[in-house]
Design a protein around this ligand. Sequence first.
Ligand code: ADP
Ligand code: ZN
Length: 528
Amino acid sequence: GFLRDRTAGSDARRVLHDVFGHREFRGRQEEIVSHVVGGGSGLVLMPTGGGKSLCYQVPALVRPGLGVVVSPLIALMEDQVSALRQAGVAAAALHSELDDERRSAVMRDLGNGTLKLLYVSPERLNLESTLERLGRTDLALFAIDEAHCVSQWGHHFRPDYRSLDNLQRLFPDVPRVALTATADARTVEDIRERLGLTDDPVFRGGFDRPNIRIEAAPRDSARRQILQFAREASDGRGAGIVYCSTRKGSEQTAGWLRENGHDAISFHAGMDPADKRAAHNRFASGDAVVMAATVAFGMGIDRPDVRWVAHAALPASPESWYQEIGRAGRDGLPARSLLLHGAEDIVWARHRLEDSPASDEQKRIERERLNRMVAIAESPTCRRRILLRCFGEDLEQDCGNCDACLRPPSLRDGTVAAQKLLSAVVRTGSRFGLGHLVDVLRGEKTDKVIQFNHDQLPTFGVGKDVSAQNWRGIARQLVARGALDVAVENHGEYRPTEAARAILRGEEKVMIRVDVERVPSARNTRRR
Ligand code: ADP
Ligand code: ZN
């Protein structure tokens, strides 16, 4: 009834304020909290840093009984538990790394009914003894964090999560709230089916992080571009992250960052656990520390003042890119992200995908994700709008805080240039890399050009008027739209595809963005 809802609402606000110290709910938190307080189940899709924890912590404290939180990561569980305890909440964790003594203390508290929140790893939850104990406990709710782990469609499938489909059967009257930052449609449906949430609402929101400026640029020198970006984006205290595509790349990047005066460290999956922990600690506490890492660096980063995130190469999907840049600016203050990309990134990713052991269906999904990522990188219009559309969120207007909004690129009809490039590829026998093709187009009489008689071709010198850099840009855009392929196994030779024919025949127009040559300084962009 009305009165009960009012009470529930004010209870929730009081908990929000008294326990967590926040004055207002954010985004859809309030709506979600009151749904769960009222006994409802559902799926919450919110990005990293969006404030998912409160969506189950507040209802667990408002409702009578114990809130059980399933979480895959021990470090994360321990962080949450110690924060909750500091706030005066009776919270505990149950996982495989507890010694016997601590485990029986937790079980005892559980028996006493003194706990309000229990974090548990899925394999612990699945134990007969745990389930039996919970069966005798008054339960407020189940929260399933990182819920995408139940889905085989995502990259994070965990067999342990599979048995969570039992919860609905074993505890039909206890609300289940699943939470994830992955919003990919296929994964979402999979989660709902697995966890028995198909009749319950999906709360999607908060994906926009307007304080993070989004910039993307073609890579010409990652080192120079990232050093300049780090200089502009750093405030001298907050941290920065450079995501690299290989382990070796992350170590090298940390190396040249240090040579250039940065306090830089690296992180990747190949390091031993002690080094990983040390890197995590350095990152958590250092002033202006820069982490050069592979995507293995991610879970458990809770530093609110990451001021910038740079990608040295194209990420595999908008989802992973979004999650990675989302580690910046959790304090709500201005933060920046820079995406560097080149034609070879796309080609590499496509080849890796084709060679992977994944099923055809999975490959199709991954190919689609990659294409959307390429579309964002190459877009001449607001990048945030395209990004948010990937998550099912529509912006009313352009964001005003991405490079396409701040410095709209000029577009020109590049059909003729594209035809010249494609015909240079065809006439040289589809056997050469881009450097040579650009030499032919620009009429450079290099040894190689002479050796192959390419100065005799009709295409020789037809592209003098276009700079080598712009030719590379045109090539990248043709790769992006699938008109050119590059053989990675050979020396990066360019080959026309089926799609090139329509362009060569003049049936398809090619609009080309005239790329900005460098990332302008922060001061310049602010003035505009
Ligand atoms: P997620 O789990 O979605 O990644 P968290 O729950 O860890 O996000 O929240 C991210 C940050 O936002 C935390 O520092 C948290 O304290 C803060 N936060 C969440 N909700 C609010 C709110 N309503 N008011 C102020 N800060 C909030
Ligand atoms: Zn924009």
